[in-house]
Design a protein around this ligand. Structure first.
Ligand code: NAD
Length: 317
């Protein structure tokens, strides 16, 4: 990489699942990466392999407090992403999304950095349109147990667009759909990690409801490619843009694939569905294809295989 193409890039939430893969990718691309994390759900193990690199730096910091650093680009990923983690301290979750966004946007404004927000398909809530396109405004409960996350992320999007309109900030907003892969937290209660851990331990796989609710699952390497393409997209393109895998699987199908791939003797166990659990989730990624030339390339079978190997390693150690 030529010297003037090399950027100083801040990744908030860089020690988390997606953040650690993003830091790795950006270093591989030749950039200098500053990872900021308060280790609420992220771990040192996720980034241990990056520590020896002279192009990687780590700061322990909570994004709800201001940060003063010199950078060219900011990827704002800091926020617990799984219901178990974001419902543990819902007030802190909203603060992380909202105050975190204000602090990072303030930083971007001061140092004239380009900034990308890791938003979520949860801004669509329990959608009445299927599949969801970016023009859909969503169907969100403002006072439910998931609201700290959903509404926090919606407010963060509002802040991004107001900073763009009011202060001409260069912004990018990605609406990320369910993503899975190595370095997911083993006890985050998300469906993929849950099922794999249960299958590997020979425990029953817990399905909420009858398992007919559908989800789309994007492999982490694909998603990271989408985030980097979005950051480098034409200046006048802000998004929001859906990033995910449109392949739709019922939760029951996922459980059955994981049992087959792990060779587990586990059975399925059906439990009551939690409130606000969406019945259908599938991204329309037409816009990402058109503007970014992006689409996922890893199929569920291959992605699950790599993820299972990672979890086997965790259990082994
Ligand atoms: N993984 C997915 O399927 C998915 C889907 C949609 C959106 N997202 C978004 O992508 C981002 C990353 O998600 P993930 O799956 O890697 O989750 P994660 O929980 O593994 O990572 C979040 C990281 O943010 C850090 N963090 C939390 N609060 C912080 C704070 N106040 N200050 C500094 N750091 C803080 C955590 O310690 C962790 O390292 C999140 O913003 C999430 O909302 C993820």
């Amino acid at each position: 990489m030529r010297y003037h193409d090399r950027k100083r890039i801040l990744v908030t939430g860089g020690a988390g699942f997606l953040g650690s893969h993003l830091c790795e990718r950006l270093i591989d691309l030749g950039h200098d990466v500053l990872c900021v994390d308060n280790f609420f759900t992220g771990t040192r193990e996720n980034i241990a392999h990056l520590m020896p690199s002279s192009r990687f730096e780590l700061i322990r910091h909570d994004v709800t407090f201001p940060l003063y650093v010199e950078v060219d680009e900011i990827y704002n990923l800091a926020c617990p992403a799984s219901p178990i983690h974001y419902q543990f301290d819902p007030v802190q979750t909203t603060k992380t999304s909202v105050h975190g966004a204000i602090n990072m946007l303030g930083l971007a404004k001061r140092v004239k950095a380009k900034i990308l927000q890791a938003s979520t398909s949860e801004v669509y809530g329990d959608p009445r349109e299927h599949p969801q396109t970016e023009s859909y405004w969503g169907h969100v409960n403002p006072i439910g147990l998931r609201s700290c996350y959903d509404e926090g992320k919606r407010c963060a999007e509002t802040l991004f667009y107001d900073y763009h309109r009011q202060h001409r900030l260069r912004i990018k907003v990605a609406r990320i759909f369910n993503t899975y892969g190595p370095r997911m937290h083993p006890s985050d209660g998300r469906v993929v990690s849950n099922f794999i851990m249960q299958a590997l331990k020979g425990e029953p796989l817990t399905i909420h409801g009858d398992g007919a609710q559908t989800r789309s699952f994007c492999y982490v390497d694909d998603l990271i490619g989408g985030l980097v393409s979005l950051m480098n997209s034409p200046e006048d393109f802000t998004g929001p843009v859906n990033l995910g895998n449109p392949g739709e699987f019922s939760v029951r199908e996922l459980a059955e694939q994981i049992i087959a791939l792990t060779g587990s003797a586990s059975k399925l166990e059906f439990k009551e569905r939690p409130s606000d659990d969406p019945t259908q989730r599938k991204p329309d990624i037409t816009l990402a294809g058109k503007i970014l030339g992006w689409g996922p390339t890893t199929n569920l079978h291959d992605g699950l295989r790599k993820t299972i190997i990672y979890f086997q390693g965790l259990l082994g150690s």
